[in-house]
Design a protein around this ligand. Structure first.
Ligand SMILES: Cc1cc2nc3c(=O)[nH]c(=O)nc-3n(C[C@H](O)[C@H](O)[C@H](O)COP(=O)(O)OP(=O)(O)OC[C@H]3O[C@@H](n4cnc5c(N)ncnc54)[C@H](O)[C@@H]3O)c2cc1C
Ligand code: SF4
Length: 330
């Protein structure tokens, strides 16, 4: 690991001032960043430790909930109000990593975690995300875990977070503070597609610190009928091949409003708007769920190694919608 300077920030302004120095990075739980540093994938010259900042709480906010960016993933998943009002968030977090990792990992860090593309971690291989202009090892290589939506000729990586798929489905809002002040970012606009600049994962500006994630009051309507389904190569300690966050607002057998988001399929959590359109206003029915799954997968393109995700995705969507429609699971 390359030598680096270490600063512990006492307040948000100090953190922001420290991180705008060249090649500085925030340090939260360290469960992703320190691994990347040990593998020389990331080589920050300064770490700004934000663990003393007061963003650890989960509080009520205008009928919804505000998740502190430094609240631990485990505390968030097990919080009574999160479980009651947004069980999709609890389920998604608990589907990820391990208990030990979730005890250390923070909500802000989870949003900012980097892809698990094998070639990104292997510094002997070309990777436009790690080293812009070097090429993409995955395009010519083994691409089982890679994207079937929104990829570019520069990068076909996927975003690895489970939590983010639930946040995308629930239209969460990310609160940030930076050198130019505070602002909010709708979750759909937080992560980016790779395009020609795959080295940039999010729309955060230089020096911006995530302070909280807001779960809107309106999304609590999905609590009785939501489900997070994660399909992976082994049952624990593995990232999603495909995951589905399904949330339905059902009244008298009719779906008033549906939300479907997918993980493991794109450079960002992928909202399946086509599926939602098929579901909205219709009566709960297996054939309807199949049509929604077909609509969700329209436009998907796979490589010889990951084409299986298209059929797998359809089946996962049907199952997630079926479980969600059947009622509360957490
Ligand atoms: C073996 C293993 C298995 C895993 N499995 C899963 C899984 O199945 N599903 C899943 O979703 N995740 C999984 N993870 C990833 C894990 O959830 C993330 O590593 C964790 O959420 C990152 O949080 P952290 O606080 O440790 O972030 P850190 O490692 O401290 O930071 C990660 C990045 O976020 C930035 N950052 C942190 N906080 C802020 C902030 N407040 N504002 C701006 N930038 C910030 C840092 O600068 C850094 O770039 C796994 C990790 C490991 C090691
Ligand atoms: S898919 Fe993206 S992260 Fe993976 S090797 Fe290609 S450029 Fe790098």
């Amino acid at each position: 690991m390359k030598p680096f300077a270490y600063t512990r920030a006492e307040n948000p302004q100090a953190a922001i001032q420290a991180v705008i120095q060249p090649n500085a990075k925030f340090l939260a739980g360290g469960t992703n960043l320190i691994d990347l540093m040990k593998d020389n994938v990331e080589q920050p010259s300064r770490l700004v430790d934000i663990n003393k900042l007061a963003f650890t709480r989960i509080t009520e906010n205008e009928g919804g909930l505000r998740l502190g960016s430094l609240a631990k993933n485990s505390d968030t998943a097990n919080h009574r109000l999160v479980r009651e009002r947004y069980p999709l968030v609890s389920q998604a977090i608990l589907a990820g990593a391990s208990a030990q990792l979730r005890n250390a990992a923070t909500n802000g860090g989870n949003l900012m975690q980097r892809t698990r593309c094998y070639y990104f971690y292997d510094v002997a291989m070309p990777c436009n995300k790690r080293q812009p202009g070097s090429g993409c090892g995955a395009l010519e290589g083994f691409s089982r875990i890679h994207a079937i939506f929104g990829a570019s000729l520069q990068c076909i990586a996927t975003h690895p977070s489970d939590l983010c798929v639930a946040l995308a489905a629930l239209d969460a809002v990310v609160r940030v503070e930076g050198p130019q002040g505070a602002r909010t970012i709708p979750f759909a606009d937080f992560h980016r597609l790779p395009g020609d600049t795959p080295q940039i994962d999010t729309n955060l500006r230089t020096g911006e610190l995530i302070t909280a994630i807001d779960l809107p009051a309106a999304a609590a309507v999905f609590a009785p009928n939501s489900y997070y389904l994660k399909v992976r190569d082994r049952q624990s300690y593995a990232f999603a091949l495909v995951s589905v966050a399904a949330a339905l607002d059902i009244r008298n057998g009719t779906i008033q409003q549906a939300r479907v988001a997918l993980g493991g399929v794109a450079h960002k959590p992928w909202r399946a708007g086509g599926a939602e359109q098929v579901l909205n206003g219709q009566r709960v029915d297996q054939a309807l769920f199949q049509r929604a799954a077909d609509a969700a997968m329209q436009g998907a393109t796979g490589t010889e190694h990951n084409r299986f995700k298209i059929e797998l995705g359809k089946r996962a969507i049907v199952r997630a919608l079926t479980v969600a429609a059947n009622g509360r699971t957490a």
